[in-house]
Ligand binder design. Sequence first.
Ligand SMILES: Nc1ncnc2c1ncn2[C@@H]1O[C@H](COP(=O)(O)OP(=O)(O)O)[C@@H](O)[C@H]1O
Ligand SMILES: Nc1ccn([C@@H]2O[C@H](COP(=O)(O)OP(=O)(O)O)[C@@H](O)[C@H]2O)c(=O)n1
Length: 207
Amino acid sequence: MIIAIDGPAASGKGTLGKRLSEHFGFAHLDTGLLYRAVARVMLDQEIALTDRDAAHEVALNLDVTHLDDPRLRGAQMGEAASMISGYQPVRDALLAFQRQFAEQPPGAVLDGRDIGTVVCPHADVKLFITATPEERARRRHLELLKRGEQTEYETILGDIRRRDERDMNRATAPLKPAADAITLDTTRLDAEAAFQAALDLVKAKVA
Ligand SMILES: Nc1ncnc2c1ncn2[C@@H]1O[C@H](COP(=O)(O)OP(=O)(O)O)[C@@H](O)[C@H]1O
Ligand SMILES: Nc1ccn([C@@H]2O[C@H](COP(=O)(O)OP(=O)(O)O)[C@@H](O)[C@H]2O)c(=O)n1
């Protein structure tokens, strides 16, 4: 079984993906980490993020065994990931790994921007997770403060709006709900309530 979760920055996709995968005993892949990992190599090697060919090369040779590096979760990495994720060859290079991951038994949960539309168009369940930009900025601000990153709420809100705009309007695999996705607005749901609501939706869909 494949559960696809898409949605904008800090809507709670990863948190939900983790909870659902634990509940069903499935594997979980936060696909944003792949783009963040490409960005990390580019930044570490001081390669300009505008260098499409270099980004493609990095994606082709990406070591996917170090996706648990906490540095990937930083704000700078998210912003850089959103830049290189607009390059079609980068997306193509990361596609096979994601599709292979999705096919493993007994099931997999993948979260990102294009799981229901491009990576797993035949997923059994597709969830599109949303929350207002203000609520998402509040969550991300708290998360970054906990990580020790000194940031202002207003800066995060600006980053989130800019990233949404870029992710939704790019030519390749733009962020949008698949035609058969179920949208879940988590603005007024805490993580536990969001999980229960998502679980009900999954159960109703695969029953
Ligand atoms: N429903 C929720 N209510 C409040 N905080 C949440 C909720 N879901 C997730 N969070 C918190 O918000 C932050 C962003 O969540 P995350 O799952 O990483 O989002 P995404 O994967 O969509 O970027 C994390 O710190 C997480 O603990
Ligand atoms: N399937 C995916 C996942 C992420 N991404 C890109 O990678 C960036 C970082 O994704 P992420 O999911 O780690 O970001 P957050 O939602 O956690 O802030 C996004 O802004 C997208 O531009 C993508 O294009 N496709």
